[in-house]
Design a protein around this ligand. Structure first.
Ligand SMILES: *Cc1c(COP(=O)(O)O)cnc(C)c1O
Length: 464
């Protein structure tokens, strides 16, 4: 018997075949050559393991393989997904989806030239940092404002500007890791400051800060909002107002790392207390830092608010250039902030706020509608109670009562895998070995895709 490897076509003969013609029309020749090589390699491996049944000489299976690999490598790496986890600010899923007004502004800024650093009045060079500044001041009562790449960057800039080669006092109860390896002590040191820890994990008094300030090398007091965990029991901490008084007496600025940036009353979106930037400034913080893509519901950015002189100093720090935001982000941020001029409009149009505020009856109705569409497609499912989370390292203990659709299937993990595999990928949650899709984080208009994807996933999951 002749060696079947001899029958495997060459790359040149495949490229000359009629089967490869359509591929050469659709893709650059170099990519088709690569794909043909890959297909040949696979057949060769099968032949060598004695596993080939098909006619290895025919170009058709090579063309099919090549087409599959070309199509697979055309799928973008960054894709939109449907979030069925119920975690509103899911950091792995890109945190806040944006309001339509923000998306429109971002598309326009991306497509056209803009006055990013051009003063239209003067007909001369302007500053990108002007664009959101006055709106931020108007909304929060701050004297000055600056937007940079993200909140971690905002803190780096603040510490580096105020306390390079000097001390920053922080309570031991606030030396937190926010997530993704963002640890306050390391950030302070990398920013060029010396960390002056005071108090203990559970109790830090005003007196502790006061003692630390007496040595004269301390240039800032930092208070970190403990957003992602709680200390309960035998605890004590100095309030922001007390620290503000102390900071003023010693002539050092008080920096408040607020994290989540909720711009409206927490109760308006069904949450308990969460300090807003305005509250923090009113309590006497000289500088407040927070994220634009957490509870604010905007694009990724970090906001600094506070005394005009401090904001000027930060704009003049060379690090500011390394942390700057691009025109697309500024456009999205400005459009999002503009919605806050009317809080009712912000609640209605900013997806993060809308999702947080969604009521149980509304979620029940949406879950029932999804379940009945799925049942009509032959998918076995039922509506169940669920608990959504705020996410983004905020409100660790808060459970928002929600409704989910539980999909019946032989294996929840296989179903979850199948849901992630298609387009758009659907990310669900597994609860007690059941796959559930929480309606709180499914955006309006995604239901049609969701029904199709669940039907596909259920059909593709092998019955046990
Ligand atoms: C999330 C958070 C940060 C980091 O914000 P990014 O925008 O992710 O850089 C900093 N501080 C606190 C308290 C946070 O909650």
């Amino acid at each position: 018997m002749s060696d079947p490897r001899r029958s495997i076509p060459s790359v040149d003969s495949l490229l000359a075949s009629t089967e490869f013609g359509p591929l050469l029309q659709r893709y650059p020749r170099s990519r088709v050559v690569e794909a043909a090589r890959g297909a040949i390699g696979e057949v060769r491996a099968l032949v060598e393991r004695g596993q080939t049944g098909a006619d290895v000489a025919s170009p058709s299976q090579y063309a099919r393989d090549a087409e599959r690999s070309l199509a697979a490598s055309d799928v973008p790496s960054l894709r939109r997904v449907i979030n069925g986890t119920g975690v509103v600010l899911h950091t792995n899923l890109g945190r806040a989806p944006l309001a339509a007004a923000a998306v429109d502004a971002m598309v326009a800024a991306a497509r056209d030239y803009t006055n990013l650093e051009y003063d239209l009045d003067a007909g001369a060079r302007g500053s990108r940092y002007e664009h959101c500044a006055s709106l931020l001041c108007e909304l929060t009562g701050a004297e000055g404002a600056l937007a940079v790449n993200n909140a971690a960057g905002a803190l780096v800039l603040a510490v580096n500007t105020l306390a390079r080669d000097a001390g920053v006092v922080v309570s031991r109860g606030e030396l937190v890791e926010i997530g993704g390896g963002f640890r306050i002590p390391e950030i302070l040191e990398r920013s060029g400051a010396r960390l002056v820890e005071v108090g203990s994990t559970n109790r830090t008094r005003l007196r502790d800060y006061e003692d630390a300030l007496s040595d004269g090398s301390v240039r800032a007091i930092l208070k970190v909002h403990r957003s992602n965990f709680r200390i309960t029991g035998f605890t004590e901490e100095a309030s922001l107002a007390e620290l503000a008084g102390l900071a003023a007496r010693h002539g050092v600025p008080l920096v408040h790392d607020l994290g989540s940036g909720l711009m409206i009353e927490a109760s308006e979106v069904g949450l308990t207390v969460e300090p807003r930037p305005h509250d923090s400034l009113a309590a006497g913080a000289d500088l407040v830092t927070f994220s634009a893509d957490k509870l604010l519901g905007g694009p990724q950015a970090g906001i600094l608010l506070g005394r005009a002189a401090l904001i000027v100093a930060m704009r003049q720090n060379p690090l500011c250039r390394a942390l700057r935001v691009d025109k697309v982000t500024l456009a999205g941020l400005e459009a999002t902030l503009r919605l806050y001029r009317d809080p009712a409009r912000a609640r209605a149009e900013i997806p993060t706020l809308r999702m947080l505020a969604a009521s149980e009856p509304e979620l029940t109705e949406r879950a029932e509608r999804l379940a009945s569409s799925l049942s009509a497609e032959g998918v076995r499912c039922r509506v169940v109670e669920a608990a959504s989370a705020v996410g983004g390292g905020t409100f660790p203990e808060v459970e928002l009562p929600s409704r989910a659709v539980e999909i019946s299937g032989p294996s929840a993990t296989e179903l979850a895998r199948a849901l992630r595999d298609g387009d758009p990928p659907v990310i669900g949650r597994i609860l007690d070995d059941r796959l559930v899709l929480d309606l709180r984080t499914v955006l309006p208009g995604q239901e049609v895709d969701l029904v199709r994807r669940v039907r596909e996933a259920v059909a593709g999951t092998a019955p046990s």
